[in-house]
Design a protein around this ligand. Structure first.
Ligand code: AHR
Length: 352
């Protein structure tokens, strides 16, 4: 049904394009030709409603920018952007507004995984394809969304944990000597679920001491607050796994305020920080200074990938149900040059 509607729209667009061409060639639209051309051009734009979940992190700002830079009138799009301000209810409302406004595509970056079945069914009933971007949705029926583009968050978590395992092994630090706290992301978000699982599984396999898991909501302020409280609760923390860079920056502030040193030398009493994203320049500088030991990249440049999907659909094609973004691992110390997960080798990019 969706394909049918897409094809109808494609045909309408072709007709509009030919009409504009006719006006230009024949000059046959009288004095108002340019107005009509402009209106026809506006009508031929693909109307996309984008529900972004919020603006909690530098990653999120970069992701929003990637979408806004791609979905421009010059690229043939009309973008309706709605910021959900971290509330699923706002995102559901935005999707309903997009349906009323008869957009041709809906792009959803969902704040959490569950709770989307009803509204996605409404979009499906309205024959509007929904593209999930960034985090996942957990729905009973996968046909409620057309496809998803985003990160493999569990793989990111496994990469970070494997880097930690390889590094500490190379330095002769026993697994029983790692006392880890996890500052988690927004609870129920795919980025939190996947990264938390990556660490928890590795802790179990390697016999690491996972002292605590507490949410820092992906923000710097909460990261600082949570870290300060963890330092008061546990004297022996020597690894902090932050589920994004904003939390890591907050954690560094709290560690330094407590008179401790973020760094790679656990034997000298330093506290090692592991993080995710690699977007924020301040965080990348912290890697260069050794204050963050390793960042598993989360790539926010997803606008062009979503646009490619729309072009595929416009031409009657079927995009991949799930496409993952390419992501690196950043560190400053070159002790670990590569890591291997399930037979795949991932090189570590050493920052200078
Ligand atoms: O879903 C991606 C995550 O959300 C990013 O790692 C984080 O910074 C953002 O808030």
């Amino acid at each position: 049904m969706t394909t049918c509607k897409t094809q109808e729209r494609f045909t309408v667009r072709i007709i509009l394009f030919l009409l504009v061409l006719l006006c230009i060639v024949t000059g046959g639209c009288g004095g108002k030709a340019s107005d009509q051309e402009e209106t026809a051009e506006e009508d031929s734009r693909i109307k996309v409603g984008f529900s972004q979940l919020g603006a909690e992190s530098d990653w999120r700002s970069a992701n929003t920018a990637s979408m806004k830079e791609t979905f421009t009138p010059a690229n043939g799009y009309e973008l309706i952007f709605e910021d959900g301000q971290q509330k699923q209810a706002n995102q559901i409302k935005a999707i309903r507004t997009f349906i009323q406004r008869e957009v041709e595509y809906i792009v959803l970056a969902p704040v959490t995984e569950t709770g989307w079945d009803t509204v996605l069914q409404e979009a499906k009933d309205a024959r509007i394809p929904v593209i999930i971007m960034d985090r996942k949705v957990d729905v009973q029926d996968d046909s409620l969304f057309t496809c998803r583009v985003g990160s493999d968050f569990e793989l990111e978590g496994r990469k970070a944990a494997e880097w930690l395992r390889s590094y500490t092994e190379a330095k002769g630090i026993g697994p029983e000597d790692l006392h880890i706290v996890n500052i988690q992301g927004t609870i129920g978000a795919s980025a939190q679920i996947g990264r938390t699982k990556g660490l928890a599984d590795a802790a179990k396999q390697n016999g690491w001491d996972l002292l605590a898991e507490v949410t820092g909501d992906f923000t710097q302020a909460k990261g600082r607050e949570v870290m300060a409280s963890l330092l008061r609760q546990y004297e022996n923390i020597n690894v902090v796994y932050c589920e994004n860079d904003n939390e890591a920056l907050g954690a560094i502030e709290a560690i330094e305020a407590a008179g401790k040193t973020p760094g790679l030398d656990l034997t000298a009493g330093e506290i090692m920080i592991i993080s995710f994203d690699g977007v924020n320049e301040a965080a990348l500088d912290c890697v260069r200074q050794g204050k963050i030991a390793c960042i598993a990249q989360c790539n926010p440049e997803q606008g062009a990938l979503v646009s490619d999907i729309i072009h595929t659909l416009e031409q009657g094609g079927t995009p991949e149900k799930i496409s993952y973004t390419e992501e690196e691992i950043f560190a400053v110390d070159d002790t670990v040059k590569e890591i291997e997960i399930m037979g795949t080798v991932y090189p570590v990019t050493i920052l200078d």
